[in-house]
Write a protein that binds this ligand. Structure first.
Ligand SMILES: C[S@@+](CC[C@H](N)C(=O)[O-])C[C@H]1O[C@@H](n2cnc3c(N)ncnc32)[C@H](O)[C@@H]1O
Length: 330
């Protein structure tokens, strides 16, 4: 890019004093680290991270200041990174997985904004994405996340339990596949039992569950179990728990959540389109088809309350949709 044309006498803006790079290194094996993660660490003057992760990039650390940190110093780490960057250094803060998923990215922005930092200011910031635990754990067990999913952390160190419980209840009811982060630690042992209790209110006891510990690390272990057995398994700080939805199945040691092709195509008939369905068009039970059947059921005497209960949707939503004229799908 060309340099901007400055008015006569104007001095060019000062270059950024330094830079903070939030580097996600993936699950914890060199092979699963991105090229940018490695080059960001290579170009840093200061590298901050847990001992385990620092060891993974030992070959890149010659001549650098290396700060090995403990678990509970996230805000301190962000403050030290800002101080070093303001002094003109490039700082790499190493996170496992992705720095933006239960990682250092949020606390760093909070500290920076608190200190009056702006994106145009003297300290540049780059987030280097990495494969999060849910990507890594999913890859090891099959294809559990190929339909709607969400992540919930069971850590109540910074989040009140009722907030966590409400989210668990909502996603269990809504049939999401769920990745539970921070499921259990030495002190936090009851959270996984409470999560199981909430899930069993909405999901079948035999819902498939995979527990992946230390994905892509030396002590990697994978256990397939079911929702009613999940809390009795060996779960720790380095485990991620994947709970399937009502369509998820386990076959030949692989956990798979269907995309929904079987709703449209007859897999036993060479993939022929099912009666009433068209390739490239919404399902017959997609929005328009569903609205048409809702109108028909209502015209046949079903009340908005009965339809709401049948479809497990809010009654005011059902009323609003019944009031709208149908659109035809081109
Ligand atoms: C504070 S969170 C950090 C998440 C990380 N930033 C990420 O994107 O994966 C820590 C939790 O991530 C999960 N986790 C991280 N690395 C893992 C791995 N290698 N195998 C399984 N779970 C992992 C565990 O649930 C652990 O309790």
């Amino acid at each position: 890019m060309n340099d901007p044309i400055l008015p006569p006498g104007a001095a060019p803006a000062d270059p950024p004093a330094g830079k903070i790079m939030l580097v996600g290194i993936g699950p914890g094996s060199v092979e699963h680290m991105t090229a940018r993660a490695r080059s960001a660490i290579a170009e840093a003057d200061v590298v901050v991270g847990y001992v385990t992760y620092i060891k993974l990039v030992a070959d890149l650390l010659d001549g650098k200041e290396v700060v090995r940190k403990g678990m509970t110093e996230e805000l301190d780490r962000a403050v030290s990174a800002l101080d070093a960057a303001r002094a003109g250094k490039k700082v790499a803060l190493i996170s496992s997985g992705d720095a933006g998923v239960y990682g250092m990215a949020g606390p760093t922005y909070e500290v920076l904004f608190q200190a009056g930092w702006t994106p145009e200011g003297d300290v540049a910031l780059e987030i280097v994405p990495g494969a999060s635990a849910l990507n890594s754990c999913a890859a090891l067990v099959g294809a559990p996340l190929t339909h709607d999913f969400c992540a919930i952390s069971l850590s109540d160190l910074l989040t009140p339990w009722p907030v966590i419980a409400r989210r668990l209840d909502a996603v269990a009811m809504a049939d999401f596949v769920v990745a539970l982060y921070n499921p259990k630690s030495g002190r936090r042992t009851r959270q996984i039992v409470e999560a199981q209790r909430l899930f069993l209110r909405h999901r079948r006891a035999d819902t498939p569950v995979a527990i992946v510990k230390s994905a892509y690390r030396r002590r990697q272990s994978i256990v397939f179990t079911t929702l009613d057995q999940m809390a009795e398994q060996d779960i720790g700080m380095l485990s991620t728990v994947l709970i399937g939805n009502s369509s998820t199945f386990v076959r030949d040691g692989l956990m798979v959540t269907p995309r929904g092709y079987a709703n449209k195509y007859d897999m036993d008939e060479g993939g022929a389109t099912r009666d009433g369905e068209k390739a490239g068009r919404s399902l017959s039970t997609g929005l328009n088809g569903w609205l048409a059947s809702l109108q028909a059921e209502h015209a046949a005497g079903a009340s908005a309350e009965q339809l709401a209960a049948r479809h497990r949707l809010p009654v005011d939503y059902i009323r609003a949709t019944l009031d709208e004229p149908l659109e035809s799908e081109a």
